[in-house]
Design a binder for this molecule. Structure first.
Ligand code: SAM
Length: 211
């Protein structure tokens, strides 16, 4: 398993441009196999997404690293993740930020991720069951927000919950399965700046301000 993980780090992440040392350290530390359905552990460090349950997926390791790097975390941030899924990306985020709040709409996945994160000791992650297109007002504002499902547009509520100088990384696209990853920044004056990062393919963001 360790050799497979080292190959992932060098061939799938470093060779494709992941440079943030904290992100690389987190990708080395978090055991992706612990977030997979049993029987799939052998595929944990392959270069692709994998099915979890309820028709959902755990994202490709490279995409997880790319999205976390795109958030430009320094370690002291409060981060909101929409789309907990297995809890893997939340665990990676928890190594790169101070506090992680993560929202999942499917009860079975939220419960599984909560239990897994607790057993593994990721005690700066809080899992919430709900519609993440509404954000999680209770703990706002967030220094960084990451959405791990594809949205038709950037949900207004997420922009409202982004702190000044905050970054929001989200797949946005005109169809449910093809998107462009975009990064939105809130300036010190509160203005919104958006940049396109790369084409991606995520499961759809389902909810009041999603599909
Ligand atoms: N980050 C996850 C991981 O590390 O395993 C992978 C996430 S998977 C690609 C996308 C997740 O977004 C699914 O678990 C799906 O149920 C969830 N999702 C879709 N719409 C949502 C919404 N409105 N609020 C919260 N979660 C949502």
């Amino acid at each position: 398993m360790e050799a497979r993980k080292e190959r992932m780090l060098s061939e799938h992440l470093a060779a494709r441009g992941i440079r943030d040392a904290a992100v690389m350290k987190a990708m080395r530390e978090v055991p992706r196999e612990a977030f997979l359905p049993s029987g799939m552990e052998l595929f944990a460090y392959d270069d692709g997404p994998l099915p979890i349950a309820e028709g959902q997926t755990i994202s490709q390791p490279y995409i997880v690293a790319y999205m976390v790097e795109a958030l430009e975390l320094l370690g002291g941030e409060r981060v909101l993740e929409i789309g907990t899924g297995s809890g893997y990306a939340a665990a990676v985020l928890s190594r790169c930020a101070a506090q992680v709040y993560t929202v999942e709409r499917i009860p079975f996945l939220a419960a599984g991720a909560r239990a897994r994160l607790e057993v593994l000791g990721y005690d700066n992650v809080t899992v919430h069951l709900g519609d993440g297109t509404l954000g999680w007002e209770e703990h706002a504002p967030y220094d960084a927000i990451v959405v791990t499902a594809g949205a038709p547009e950037v949900p207004r509520e997420l922009l409202d919950q982004l702190a000044p100088l905050g970054r929001l990384v989200i797949p946005v696209g005109p169809t449910q399965h093809l998107q462009e990853l975009v990064r939105v920044r809130r300036t010190r004056e509160g203005k919104i700046r958006q940049e396109q990062l790369c084409p991606v393919r995520f499961v759809p963001l389902i909810g009041e301000h999603g599909w």
